[in-house]
Design a protein around this ligand. Structure first.
Ligand code: PLP
Length: 388
């Protein structure tokens, strides 16, 4: 098909031309001075994006799933207990990864479409007067449901309960798109991947760790070799890695950080908030429902849309791709076949979103869902023009 395919999934996102160009260059020696400068620029730049002054940024070739593992094995031991907020497919994955290492996860199960209940976190922590819970596991933006949890409220719950558990936060689909404040929220480990707000191709696991997490790492007894962050931190002091790093992705990351700084991080968050709101208005104007029910928890990086009764979202997604080369996110876990997801994160602009929404309308109509063509687009356009 001529033109470009519409990748409207919540990550990987479109890689801007500038980043593609930054990665199109001869590979360099990963033990040379040019590489050391590149590493320093990336680590310092990421500190700004995580909003941390003293946190340690740690990079591995890998993915978000690997970053879960790195966060867990470097801070916990088999037999430890952790409190896990489970409100979707990815928070389930985070909890399961911990369990695979013999960590006992006490789950706070929350229905798909809702965020982390900070009061329940506080109640569970208060019940643990012996402080056996070593960590709280939380997904900031649950990509399977389009729900953003309030990390600051969970931190406040830990503080009120005077509980020393580490706060481990998955920021895979929020960092660099939705405000994230590592230091201010007292996060101990935050983890992400490059293929969402950072606008890069997939291929890295990115973490920020507090001093408290680094100290916990000295006593942690989970088996670890590749994911052990101690040799990484040690070799980073010389601008090196204990393995062959993803050099080309680092070139891309340096450019992505430049782009985020040029736009200004707060403006990046504002752009995502506008696009998120425009998308939600379009969905409502089409007579469809959002999976996220609480407006204070709406995700600005993706919108999960509930299919009307009698229609299968997998079929819609297949049709959208076949007919339009438009990729939409599938329903994951408990909402498979019931939900489709529209991604609006990374290097996206108004017309990118409107193009995707036009495709959503066409695919819905073609499937037989009773929608008025143009109704969703009109609502989004009115909002983006500041008329509603
Ligand atoms: N956590 C969240 C919130 C995600 O959205 C994803 C992937 O979409 C992951 C973890 C897993 O990341 P990856 O697919 O890079 O392994």
């Amino acid at each position: 098909m001529p033109g470009r395919p519409f990748l409207q999934i919540p990550g990987p996102t479109l890689v801007p031309e500038r980043i593609v160009r930054a990665m199109s260059q001869p590979i360099i020696d990963h033990r040379g001075p040019r590489f050391a400068a590149l590493v320093e620029a990336c680590l310092e730049g990421l500190k700004g994006v995580f909003k941390t002054r003293n946190g340690h940024v740690i990079l591995y070739p890998g993915s978000g799933t690997g970053a879960w593992e790195a966060a867990l094995v470097n801070t916990l031991s088999p037999g430890d207990r952790a409190l896990g907020v489970v409100n979707g497919h990815f928070s389930t994955g985070f909890a399961r990864t911990a369990e695979a290492y013999g960590i006992e996860v006490e789950r706070i199960e929350v229905e798909y479409g809702a965020g982390a209940p900070a009061d329940e976190v506080e109640r569970r922590l208060r019940m643990d007067s012996a402080h056996q819970l070593r960590a709280v596991l939380l997904v900031h933006n649950e990509t399977s449901t389009g729900v953003t949890s309030n990390v600051a409220a969970v931190r406040a719950a830990l503080n009120r309960a005077k509980h020393p558990a580490l706060l481990l936060v998955d920021a895979v689909s929020s960092l660099a798109s939705i405000d994230f404040r590592f230091d201010e929220w007292g996060v101990d480990v935050a983890l992400t991947g490059p293929q969402k707000g950072l606008m890069l191709p997939p291929g890295m696991a990115i973490l920020a760790a507090s001093e408290k997490a680094i100290s916990a790492g000295e006593k942690a007894r989970c088996p670890r070799a590749y994911w052990d962050w101690r040799p990484v931190l040690e070799r980073n002091k010389r601008g090196e890695y204990p393995y062959t790093p993803a050099t080309m992705l680092l070139f891309g990351l340096e450019e992505a950080l430049r782009m985020l700084n040029e736009e200004g991080l707060e403006n990046v968050f504002g752009r995502h908030a506008r696009l998120g709101e425009a998308c939600r208005r379009a969905v409502r104007a089409l007579g469809l429902a959002l999976l996220c029910r609480d407006p204070t928890q709406y995700s600005n990086t993706l919108t999960a849309v509930v299919m009307p009764k009698g229609f299968d979202s997998d079929e819609l997604i297949r049709l959208a791709y076949r007919r339009l080369e438009l990729s939409l996110g599938v329903g994951l876990g408990a909402v498979k076949g019931k939900v489709f997801r529209i991604g609006h994160l990374g290097g996206v602009n108004e017309l990118d979103l409107l193009g995707g929404l036009a495709g959503v309308e066409m695919a819905l109509a073609e499937l037989g869902v009773p929608v008025t063509l143009g109704a969703g687009l009109g609502a989004a356009q009115e909002f983006l023009l500041g008329r509603s």
